[in-house]
Design a binder for this molecule. Structure first.
Ligand SMILES: *[C@@H]1O[C@H](CO)[C@@H](O)[C@H](O)[C@H]1NC(C)=O
Ligand SMILES: *[C@@H]1O[C@H](CO)[C@@H](O)[C@H](O)[C@H]1NC(C)=O
Ligand SMILES: *[C@@H]1O[C@H](CO)[C@@H](O)[C@H](O)[C@H]1NC(C)=O
Length: 416
């Protein structure tokens, strides 16, 4: 199984190792549909939850912006693939907009323009020797499904499976890497408990756990579908992308602090990784116990954390067996540490995807956060792309296969 890490910036890292990336180490950059595509209401695309949130409640976004146009990658396929080619990446990770392909979210109505757009993007990448690395779900649920409760509704698992089937069928002949769902904890915690991301629910302790449960089932089922129906013919790899907050004990000598940090990690990262990677195929024991106890104390008749059936647990575990050393990917967020993880910890990190290819609509931060390798002028109707220092630094790393601390691209000065 592959461990990929995302990073926000390549600049000004502390000095570290002299290790090199092996020739088969995969470099890439990544984006997400809502953050870059624009073209939110053209050629048959349906409304999704980010369209709805940003239009109906602009104050959720710090600069009251939205992804209506964003980087307009929808209209810039050829140009953007040229930038990727110049950068020298092996893969480009992008996500599919579910509502561009299925405007209502349901599979009875397919939007031909959605298939056309992604087919053209994939073909253009392949023509330029860049492997498409496709995320099925990066947070932009079709609005009609949200009206059924979104990820809190078990039925959404079935609709996701229909969508996944269509996507594998249409694009899988050219796609080697798949991610089912991007960062489930953020979907469920920020979207369903904290009200920070669409759909901006604030039912902490209930909606977030239902969401997590269904996201895990959706992932397991899509994985199973791919393995049983497509893998033999298409021979791709399929995984899931995690994010985690990291907790350190305040005092390493205090047992209570050590336990608190471990418990927090279990409740955050373990929530999604334990069901998939552990032998039990279930939530972390501490999480089950704690939520059960608290639920009882609050007068609930059963735990607010849903439980898996035996079959569901088997499906979840099936995936886990293919994984090795997955955790390192979450806490090694910088390249030095990726090299160290590979060379010193014996962890098989096989690739690295920079977040993000382009400055983009950064969810609740709007256009105020600039994580891109390429600057975009959002006032310019052409959304002109301009390389940054980090563009050249990344390009150099890819080319040299190592981190060159002294490298300062032409026209730039040293950063401290
Ligand atoms: C690392 O993982 C890749 C992809 O699964 C595999 O091809 C390779 O042999 C592994 N390398 C090591 C050293 O385990
Ligand atoms: C990585 O390894 C190098 C060389 O052993 C070491 O100097 C450096 O401190 C390590 N960095 C991290 C972040 O562990
Ligand atoms: C699409 O949305 C834009 C705002 O982003 C609006 O000006 C335009 O009229 C809409 N087009 C259609 C066809 O609804």
């Amino acid at each position: 199984m592959i461990v990929f890490t995302l990073i926000a910036s390549f600049m000004c890292l502390a000095h570290g190792s002299e290790y090199k990336f092996l020739d088969d180490f995969i470099f890439g950059v990544a984006t997400a549909s809502y953050q870059v595509e624009g073209a939110w209401n053209i050629s048959g695309k349906g409304e999704n939850i980010w369209d709805r949130l940003t239009h109906s409640n602009p104050t959720y976004i710090v600069d009251k912006s939205n992804g209506d146009i964003a980087c307009d990658t929808y209209h810039n396929t050829v140009k953007d693939v040229q930038l990727l080619k110049e950068l020298g990446v092996d893969v480009y990770r992008f996500s599919l907009s579910w509502s561009r392909i299925l405007p209502t979210g349901y599979s009875y109505k397919i939007n031909p323009d959605g298939l056309r757009y992604y087919n053209e993007l994939i073909d253009e990448l392949v023509r330029n020797n860049i492997k498409p690395f496709v995320t099925l779900y990066h947070w932009d649920l079709p609005q009609p499904l949200q009206e059924l409760g979104g990820w809190t509704n078990r039925l959404v698992v079935d609709y996701f499976l229909d969508y996944a089937d269509l996507v594998f069928k249409n694009f899988g002949d050219r796609v080697e890497y798949w991610i089912t769902i991007n960062e489930p904890n953020l979907i469920c915690e920020f979207g369903y408990a904290l009200g920070a991301f669409a759909p901006a629910y604030t039912q902490e302790g209930i909606a977030d756990y239902l969401c997590g449960h269904n996201v895990l089932l959706a992932h397991a089922q899509a994985y199973k579908l791919y393995q049983s129906k497509y893998k033999a013919k298409q021979n791709g790899k399929i995984g899931i992308a995690f994010q985690s907050f990291w907790y350190e004990p305040l005092n390493l000598n205090e047992e209570e602090d050590v336990r608190a940090a471990e418990n927090s990690l279990q409740m955050n990262l373990g929530w999604f990784t334990h069901p998939i990677y552990s032998k039990s195929g279930d939530y972390p024991p501490i999480m089950k116990e704690r939520i059960k106890t608290l639920s009882e104390q609050d007068g609930f008749t059963k735990s607010r954390l849903p439980s898996f059936t035996k079959d569901e647990i088997e499906d979840l575990k099936d995936f886990g067996k293919l994984q090795d050393c997955s955790r390192v990917g979450y806490y090694n967020s910088y390249l030095t540490e990726v090299l160290n993880a590979t060379n010193e910890d014996g962890c098989n990190v096989t690739g690295y995807l920079a977040w993000s290819f382009l400055d983009n609509f950064e969810w609740d931060q709007g256009y105020t956060a600039k994580f891109g390798l390429y600057h975009i002028d959002f006032e310019d109707p052409k959304r002109t792309r301009t390389p940054k220092m980090s563009t050249y630094v990344y390009k150099n790393i890819i080319k040299q296969r190592k981190i060159n601390w002294g490298y300062i691209p032409d026209g730039f000065t040293e950063c401290d």
